[in-house]
Design a protein around this ligand. Structure first.
Ligand code: UFG
Length: 329
């Protein structure tokens, strides 16, 4: 039994590959290397460079490796980019996911884990938010992921196929053993940007919006360590293999930090007082979104191990230093 990880050369996918290998699983990665890196894929996993919508390729991989489960990360993930290029997001995240799901059904793959997002909620009326909250995405990114959740729901109703959609909050940090981390070029995610600024890769950084209705006027998010996130996927995989029903669950800690709080924490952990520019709002940003993690804990038996903003930041900072040392920047 092999697990197919799409997007396994990317940030979260490369951590997933290590999590699976650490648990003795056989892994094959499919990634077209548009934003990922071949060097990020652990050597013990085979990397196939290609597109998830190439059904001939996908179905050949599934048959050749006796794939029983797919963990699907491949996709585009930047909220403001999706506002500028909605059709690109619907192609990458929705249309291509449809092709992958169809390949799974055709070849009899029964377990499917999908990388969804808290962006499906938009700005919820109540925060922390649980899975029953209304789904009102505020960006094409969020809508493109929600459409895939709906395809999975309907596919599971029609076929011998079960899925788990995990709605990620703000994933950050790096593998504590520094085997992989976030290497994305031109990254836009707050902790990555702040760590790049602290390590001198950027001269300064912006705070997008200081007039939101939050405790300090900046947006609030639930930052979750990537290692805890991929562990939730591993638990979801075990549960599906044991016959668990399809489910959708939030992946966050249930604790919010504002943009300014994150920047202060990065300054504290790094010891560098880097320049920060107060700027206008960024299109597509929700004001505040924090997870209720109860379902993930109850159904998957998930026990977060890195629920500490400074720990997340210290791993992200260490990875920035590793990238420079390894000449990967
Ligand atoms: N921000 C800044 N300056 C920066 C970068 C970000 O002020 O240089 C702010 C953003 O405006 C936002 C907050 O930091 O208010 C977080 O922004 P990120 O880009 O780090 O993350 P997003 O919340 O936009 O999106 C992320 C993922 C999505 C996921 C979402 C869930 O990219 O996949 O978190 O909350 F859906």
């Amino acid at each position: 039994m092999t697990v197919l990880v799409t997007g396994g050369a990317g940030y979260i996918g490369s951590h997933m590959v290590w999590e699976l290998l650490d648990h003795g699983e056989d892994v094959v990665v499919l990634d077209r290397l548009s934003t990922g890196f071949d060097w990020a894929v652990a050597e013990a996993a085979e990397l196939v460079v290609g597109d998830i919508a190439d059904q001939e390729l996908v179905e050949d991989i599934i048959k050749r490796h006796s794939v029983d489960s797919i963990i699907h990360f491949a996709g585009s993930i930047i909220v403001p980019e999706s506002v500028a290029d909605p059709l690109g997001y619907y192609l990458n995240n929705t249309v291509k996911s449809r092709a992958l799901i169809e390949s799974a059904v055709r070849t009899g793959v029964k377990n499917f884990i999908f990388s969804s997002t808290a962006a499906v909620y938009g700005t919820p009326e109540e925060s922390p938010v649980n899975e029953q909250a209304p789904l009102r995405p505020e960006s094409p990114y969020g809508t493109s992921k929600l459409m895939t959740e709906i395809m999975l729901r309907d596919t599971a109703a029609a076929h011998d196929f079960r899925y788990t959609a995990l709605r990620y909050f703000n994933v950050s940090g790096a593998d504590p053993q520094m085997r992989t981390g976030q290497s994305t070029k031109g990254a836009t995610h707050l902790i990555k940007v702040a760590c790049e600024t602290a390590t001198g890769k950027r001269p300064s950084m912006d705070v997008f919006g200081t007039d939101y209705e939050t405790r300090d006027g900046t947006c609030e998010r639930d930052y979750i360590h990537v290692s805890d996130l991929v562990n939730a996927h591993y638990l979801a995989l075990k549960r599906l293999r044991d016959g668990g029903d399809s489910m959708v669950a939030n992946c966050g800690y249930g604790r919010g930090s504002t943009v300014l709080e994150v920047i202060e924490a990065v300054k504290r952990v790094s010891g560098v007082d880097f320049p920060v520019v107060m700027s206008g709002r960024r299109p597509g940003d929700a004001v505040a979104i924090v997870s209720r993690p109860d379902l993930c804990k109850a159904e998957l038996g998930w026990v977060p191990r890195c629920n500490d903003l400074e720990l997340i930041i210290s791993h992200a900072l260490e990875w920035e230093k590793q990238l420079a040392l390894r000449n990967r920047v």
